[in-house]
Each structure stands twice: as structure tokens, then as C-alpha cells.
Design a binder for this molecule. Sequence first.
Ligand code: GLN
Ligand code: ZN
Length: 756
Amino acid sequence: MSSTTIGNYWKGQSSEEQLLRTAHRVEADAWRLQKSAGIEAVGLDGTLYDQVLDTITWLGVVPPRFKGLTGLRRYFAMARGGPGCAALDMSKFFDTNYHYLVPELDADFAPAPDFAPMLDKLRRGQEALGSRQAAVPIVIGPVTFVCLAKGCPLPVGEAVGRLLPAYCQLLRLLGAGGATEVQLHEPILTTSTAEDLQTVFQEAYGKLAEAASSCSSPLSLHLVTYYDDLGSTYPWAVQLPVAAISLDLRGATGAEVTSQTLQHIRRYGFPHDKRLGASVVDGRSVWADDGTALALVRELLAAGLSPDRLTITSSAPLQHLPYDLAAEGDHVPPELSTRLAFAVQKVNEIVRVAEAVRGGQRTDVAAEAPTQEAAPSVEKAAGEAEDEAAAGGGGLRCGLPAEMFSRSEPYDVRRGRQVQMPAFPTTTIGSFPQTPEVRRLRQQLRSGQLSQSEYEQRIAGHIAHCVGVQEALGLDVVVHGEAERTDMVEYFGSKLGGMWFTVAGWVQSYGSRYVRPPLIVSDITYQGPMTVWEYGVAQSYTRRPVKGMLTGPVTILNWSFPRKDISRSRQALQLALALRREVEALEGAGCSVVQVDEPALREGLPLKRERWSSYLGWAVDAFRLCTAVAAPGTQVVTHLCYSDFEDILPDIARMDADVLTIENSRSGNAMIAALAAAGYNHDIGPGVYDVHSPEVPSVDFIRSRIRSFVETGILGGRADRIWVNPDCGLKTRGWPETIAALRNMVTAAAQARAEL
Ligand code: GLN
Ligand code: ZN
């Protein structure tokens, strides 16, 4: 749904009827497009804001604070907050970059279902597709729903049990409404959490199967799993009483998922009484790849599955991909145009693979591959998996010498040569307010209204203002303010070789917000300084140290669409090598403090715990490769958002940053306490206030925060190594509140200093 359509409704510029009419048309268009491409069972997707929020609504498990509201007002109040009621929390959906609204279930929650919207959607789907069979309702399964919720003191099984009557009733109503199949999405099955949920699943699906079979005409249940392989849940999960199960054969992160799922099927078999949803078309990647999809089908046939028991599908909902490559027009370079596939192209891929299966004999399925390139083999894919796994042991560093991954002096030695600071030194995380004026500048540059040199002059003006403010406030280490950046990944992506930007490749981040992630399309190359000019301008206005400001390799990788032909670990190392040259360039320009942000480091953690060490192995190596080039006297800072790192402390320590700044204010110092307990002894900068709120924190509040840091025992109280900074960048704030908050922060630090 276009964000303008929803925005107009929010602003009161269009009516509820208009909004729904547009939404229904957009949905029906997408369903029809699939049907005309040749998809036989079309999942009835589509939402005004978020599928989890839809589920909360039809289940009627709305938190009490929204009880006075109804209909769309209540729906959007849950999404965005309303008078007197805070919005639901938002959280990342599994390992994707999509954010869902978190259900809240308390001890005595009681569903008050309203199935009308689901039944209406079924009716609209049947009408759009002109068939009962083709219209397949999608329902987030009860176990996944409960696991996505927060605040529920009940055991999962009990909470699921409370929801089951509603789910069973829904199945009966969908059956009565003419549905012949329902998809139950249970991605939780691919996470480590599911290992303990065998009985919960068995009991729940026993009841759901009963409800489905009590329909007057048979309703088949299709259990859909994605984002990873089933892991140790495979043997019992495939025995759940459903007619079909979809298994992810691609994953988001490489070939490990492919080889695991194949191995499970070979080792344990796949039940003869079920269809297999063969999720062979990569729904997380922007690359066209009929070859691998067909090779995987061949593997399935070789493992004993007959073609008529296979349903070809994508490995994940296509919501994580841009919509249509055709929207790029002639913007796509010729060498990419045949190699890319967005959602619409993936639909065609599914159909081509299905046709090949149907038309082909076991042996010549692959021969029907319509790609020009040789089909990449599954064996090659397994090789990549090894690549990633080996990186975990620190063994695979692309042949680069070990010295490139380590600073030349240990922290204890080099720290003395770096900037010396008073107790509780003050700084910020990098960005300052991105005012409409700043955004206009970039737009004027793009449209040619401003020449490059005029643009630079204006940016220099913003940098001067930003440095002036920090000087006046008395911050110890200053920044240039990042006025030239739209986005911390896009900025570097557009300056490095090997990345490509779409013009219309929007992907939903949450609700009405979309992002346009860059694509890594070839080897990453350094094309020259990216931040040195801005650093120089800032430093020319002050004698205080100016922090150079870079986005780290892991964050760039995790917020882009990676290549599929080489492993993510290699891409991370390539990015690291390029950024390493920028660290050198900054040093060459006189910069003595360099910050390398890695807010997405944690986000990249695989869904299965046993794969964490492999990921962290190469991710931390990439950070080290990028920063280890710094001379001992250069202070390397890193910044991590969302402070729940307690479970990966050794990896954080292995980053070997001189200063670790973390988002902290919402976590009650949990992370600092954990670092203190672990004996972490490098400089640390826990955020002293939440940047997400326009509220200005008082001096007393900040001073008590600083005191509380010291009380955790971190760094044995060495106050010159405990930094005082906000939680994160200030780009979403306005200037007045920013100045007021930083003034209080500097005052609080001075008071804390005086108290020593
Ligand atoms: N330096 C970046 C900024 O200040 C860091 C942003 C982030 O952590 N997401 O905006
Ligand atoms: Zn941050």
C-alpha cells in the first residue's frame, strides 16, 4: 500500500471508504497478477499496516487501553498511538528487516474474535480470482502468534490453548465460506525456540486438524515455514496432522539452509500422505536463479518425492523484495537486467519451475532451465556454506594475513597514546538534526538547481553551524553532523564501487514506511575518500578532536541485498577492505578519533543459536579488518544500537574498539552491568538519554544516570574512560530540543566531574 494513501487518510484528506477501496484494489491487482502468471493457489496477503496487527484484531486480543476505540481508529491507534494510549511496541520480524507490531497478552487475556475482515477478504479473493480453489487465506499460526507476543506470564501451551477455539472457529467459517485450503504460517518452527514446543504444536495442530475436518466440504491445512530450515524440529514437525508442509530450501543467509533441509528430507524422509511445499525459489534475494531452483527440485525428486506431491513456492513471503523490476525502466544497467528478479519476476520463476517439473522427466528437469548461465549446482552452494562456517573459526580470512586483523598494539599500550580526556568526557553519536532545509539541499542537487560546488558550500555551512553549536556547548569530542547523508548505508553505498541503487525498489520496513536497500552487484571497490572532506571542514572550525564517522561493513551488508554467488562473509571482508582505506584516509587528513558504526551487527544473528558463532566469527573479523589499520594513537570508536548484547559479550570484546558506545537508556544499565561483571575494560559510552523522544532530559536525570554507570563498577570507576553521550544519532530531532538536551548533558557531566 502506498504510504501517501494511508497518509492522506490519517490527515483526514480521504475517507475510510476511499482508503479501503484503494487497499482492496491494490490487493486484488496483486492476486490477479499471480493468477495470470500461472499461480494456481494464491495466498490472500495484503494488509493496511501489518499482518500481526491484523491477527491481533481478528483474534480480538486488543490491549485494554484501546478498548474505547473501534474499527480503523482502534487499528491505527494500536499502530501509531492515540490520545492517551501508547502504540504497541515494534520489533524486528525474525531475521528480516521488517518490523511488526508486538501483541500484548496478559495473564487473563480472553479473545473476543471478529472474523468479518477475514471472511470478507476470502470473498474478495474468490471474486478477484474467479475461483474457490485459487483463493487461499493466510493465517499467522497460533504458536508463532503467541511467541511473537510480549508480557504473557502463561506457558506458551496455555496461551495457545486459549486462542485455539478462535482459530478453530475461523477454520470452520473459512471452510463454510468456500475455502479449500488455508495456509497457517509458523515461522517460529525454524528458530531455536521451537525445540521446546513439540507438545504445544502437536496439541494445537491436533485441534486445528479436527476443526478443518469437521467442515462440510474438506478443508486442507497447509503449514508454512520459512526464514530457515526446521533443524531438530524436522522429525516431529513434518508429522503434524496437516495436508501440506512448506519447507525453506533457501534461507536468507546462504546455502546452509539448503543443505540442512535436503539432509533432513533424505535422512528422515518426508511423509507419504503429505504434499511438500518446495520453497525453492529464493524469496529473500533479488537475484534471478531458476537454475538453483531447478537443481533443488531434482534433488527432491532424487530423494523420492514424486512431482505430483510438490507445490513449487518461494522460500519466504515476497514482501521482503521490491515489487517489480519493470518499474526501474531503463535505469537497470544491461549487465544486470537479466540477472535480477523482484517479486513479480519471482512469481514467474515459480511458474517456470513448476512447468519444468510437470513437463520434465526426473533427469531432464534441469535442462529446461531458461537461464542463459550454467545452473549453479547445489554442491557449489554447499561450498559456500562451508565458507561461512570456516569463517566462524577465524580460519577463513580470504587469505589475508593475520596482522591485518589486529591493531599493532594492545589496548592497554595504545590507549595512553590516544586523545586524553577529562573525567566523563562528552560526545555525540554522529548525526545532528536533518532539517527540511538539509533535505531540500540534496533534492536541489539532484534536480540540478544547485551545482556540486554550491551544494558543498551549503553543506559546509551546516557543518560550521553544527561544530559551532558543539563548541559553544563545550562537547569534548565533536562531530560534523552528517548533514550530507540521507541514510548511513545509502551514503557509503553510493560512494563505493560494486553497489547499485534502484529508483523504485521500495521494501516495507514497517507499516507505511518503506526503505530502498542497495544491491551489492559485484566486488566492492574503494573509489576514493568518502568522508574526508566533511571531516576537514569540521576540523577547520575547531581545535577539539573531530570524530570521523563511518558505517561499518557488517551494517552495510545487513541492510543491503547481498550477492548470492559469493558468501556473505566474503562480501563483509570486501566492504571492510574498502572502509579500511577510508580509515587510513581520515588518519592521513589528521583525524585522531574514528567511529565505525555497527548498529546492525546484532540484527544479523541467525535464527538458530548454533549458527551464531559462525556469523559472529566473520562479522567481528570484518570489523577488525576495517579498523585494525588505525595507528595506535588513533582512537577507534564503535556504536551499537539496542543494547541487549549480554549473550554475545565475548564477541563485542573481540571487536577490540577503544570506545564502545551503546544505546542504553531503555535497558536499565543491564548491558553495562554485564560488561562490568565480565571484566570489560575498554572505554565505554552508555547512552544517557533516549533520542527517540522529543522530551529534554534534565540535568539531574542525566547526572543520576552517570552515577548509576559508576555504581555498576564498570572500568573500576575510571571516569576518564566513561563517556557521556546520547543513546544514538540525533537526526530525527529538532535543533531546539537537541541543544537543550546536550546543554543539560554537558552540565551533568561537569557536575559529575566536580563530585569526584
Ligand atoms: N552515526 C549514526 C548517526 O548518528 C549512527 C546511527 C545508528 O546507530 N543507527 O545517525
Ligand atoms: Zn544507534
